[in-house]
Design a protein around this ligand. Structure first.
Ligand code: OSB
Ligand code: MG
Length: 370
């Protein structure tokens, strides 16, 4: 199936978070997202750009993605008569970087194409699982008692794996408290979002006694060698997030011994097709992967569930139920059922955007006609 893009609608949506989310990068109380609707001869498709409000997690942010899509990406797709989703990345390859912007457009074209042929995204990607086991990512809190209360709430909700955000001076003590309070059986991991430096290896080694599943992205995103050195020093496995921006960078990181687990976020690597390629590289190396999250709306969450249905996703991902993020979303909510979330089975992303809710949360709209 191929399409001709006739128009693209860009929307800035702001969804209030049910709980403030603090990481070593900053604090979010609202998820501002860029929603992309591609309209063409075969119908329409939806995409979501995972860039945040500011360039703290990566260089991209909502405004940069908006401008990049309008000025540089759409002009390369707009005139193509028989556009296929698999051609989007090659057509955009002359534009350097801007992977989150590219991923959002590719997602929308994929959705349009798969809706037109009636195929679910998970089937297209090669996923077999009908449901995935969710984990939950827990922000930095003001106090340890508050952290214990938040974690207990999530365990009561049915989450089977907990990821604590850490930073220097909020690492050993919260991890020890959670371990002591909830016991050794809790699947526990930490994420530093690049908050440490090579000279902090001794501090990070103190986490070894807590039996963590992994420590995610302790060092700078460009510091693959530092991660490799750290991996030799620590007993806790290292997982990379920010450093993995393509299948090639994943292969390099594995060859260097910089990590033994990979967090895959489709936006970070330029789309769901590249995300599948990262999965394939890791699986070929016997390295387990899991699906990361970027506080997505129901659009991105649906696509992440489809990706996480692939066989190499052996570890629970940061794909939580909608209620962990928002009291109202722009699609029907995803819910936990027996500790799992169902992979959407409908065509494309398998979710319908609730237009009235989308409109209510939209602060800015631009329609670009081709
Ligand atoms: O590092 O995994 C991260 C959210 C925004 C930016 C970076 C990260 C995160 C999360 C949230 O950890 C995961 C989720 O969506 O539940
Ligand atoms: Mg991370």
């Amino acid at each position: 199936m191929a399409m001709r893009i006739e128009a693209v609608e860009l929307r800035r949506v702001s969804l209030p978070l049910v709980r403030r989310f603090r990481t070593s990068l900053g604090t979010d109380t609202v998820r501002e997202a860029l929603v992309v609707r591609v309209m063409g001869d075969i119908g329409e498709g939806w995409g979501e750009c995972v860039a945040g409000s500011d360039p703290s997690y990566s260089a991209e942010y909502v405004d940069s993605a908006w401008l990049t899509i309008r000025q540089h990406l759409l002009p390369r797709l707009g005139g193509v008569p028989d556009l296929q989703a698999v051609e989007v990345a090659p057509l955009l390859s002359a534009v350097k970087g801007h992977r989150m912007a590219k991923a959002a457009l590719e997602m929308a074209v994929l959705d349009a194409e798969l809706r037109a042929v009636g195929m679910p995204l998970s089937t297209f990607l090669g996923g077999a699982s009908k449901a995935v086991t969710p984990g939950v990512s827990v922000g930095i809190t003001e106090t340890i008692p508050e952290l214990l209360e938040v974690v207990s709430g999530y365990l009561a909700d049915g989450y089977r794996r907990v990821k604590l955000k850490i930073e220097p001076a909020w690492d050993v003590s919260p991890v020890r408290a959670v371990r002591e309070h909830f016991g050794d059986d809790l699947c526990l991991q930490v994420d530093a979002n690049a908050a440490y430096r090579r000279c902090d290896a001794g501090e990070l080694a103190r986490l070894d006694e807590f039996g963590l599943l992994m420590i995610e992205q302790p060092l700078d995103e460009e510091d693959l060698l530092g991660h490799a050195q750290l991996a030799r020093r620590l007993a806790t496995p290292i997982c990379l997030d920010e450093s993995i921006v393509s299948a090639r960078s994943a292969a390099d990181a594995l060859a260097l011994g910089a990590c033994s687990i990979v967090n895959i976020k489709a936006g970070r690597v330029g789309g769901y097709l590249e995300a599948r390629a990262v999965h394939d590289v890791c699986t070929a190396h016997g390295v387990p992967v899991w699906c990361g999250g970027m506080l997505e709306t129901g659009i991105g969450r649906a696509a992440n569930l489809a990706l996480a249905a692939l066989p190499g996703f052996l570890l629970p991902g940061d794909i939580s139920a909608t209620s962990r993020y928002f009291s109202e979303d722009i699609t029907a909510p995803f819910v936990l059922r027996d500790g799992q979330i169902d992979v959407p089975r409908g065509p494309g992303l398998g979710v319908e955007v609730v237009e009235a809710t989308l409109e209510a949360f939209t602060s800015e709209t631009e329609v670009i006609r081709i």
